[in-house]
Ligand binder design. Structure first.
Ligand code: SF4
Length: 61
């Protein structure tokens, strides 16, 4: 499974602090999700990050 950060992102940084292996902050100040499938060992923290987003900007794809 992969994640995608949509245009709702307000750049709060929460997702990258919870799961930095999958979510990083771009130069534009918004989050970017790794383009590859989330490794099994990071699924839990990636899911937590997605659920923690205050504006529901993280979608599964
Ligand atoms: S938690 Fe949501 S709003 Fe905050 S940086 Fe991540 S995607 Fe953007």
């Amino acid at each position: 499974m992969r994640y995608f950060v949509n245009e709702n992102c307000i750049g709060c940084g929460l997702c990258s602090s919870i799961c930095p292996e999958v979510f990083t902050m771009s130069d534009a100040g918004t989050a970017v999700a790794a383009g590859n499938d989330v490794p099994a060992e990071q699924m839990e923290s990636a899911k937590e990050a997605a659920h923690s987003c205050p504006v529901d900007a993280i979608e599964e794809c």
